[in-house]
Design a protein around this ligand. Structure first.
Ligand code: FES
Length: 112
């Protein structure tokens, strides 16, 4: 798995995501109680940027366009209108550095 340095922990906002891009892949990185999670940046409902147009309520990502909700940990839908989960991306934290494996996005089955 190839990880790419995307930011530092201190660059991650507390209640919203940070958009990071590699090639055609845009990922939203979220910090939740000291843990870091990464999902596809575009909402699965209507392709709204979750990092630029969304925010966190605890470990739930709220999409501000239609107020759909997703679990930041698993990508599962927590509230419609979205019905499709978010793709997740492996994250590694090394000291203050945050890495994402852009080529290894996946859908997680586990519920929050
Ligand atoms: S675009 Fe996100 S809920 Fe509709």
């Amino acid at each position: 798995m190839k990880y790419t340095l995307v930011c530092t922990l201190s660059e991650l906002p507390n209640d919203e995501g940070l958009k990071v891009v590699q090639g055609n892949t845009a990922v939203a990185v979220f910090k939740v109680n000291g843990e870091v999670f990464a999902t596809q940046d575009l909402c699965s409902h209507a392709k709204w940027s979750l990092s630029e147009g969304g925010y966190l309520e605890g470990d739930v990502i709220v999409c501000s366009l239609h107020m759909g909700k997703f679990c930041a940990r698993t990508g599962e839908v927590k509230m419609a209108p979205p019905w499709k989960p978010l793709k997740k991306y492996p994250v590694r934290v090394d000291g203050d550095d945050v890495y994402v494996a852009f080529e290894d996005g996946y859908f997680e089955k586990e519920l929050c």
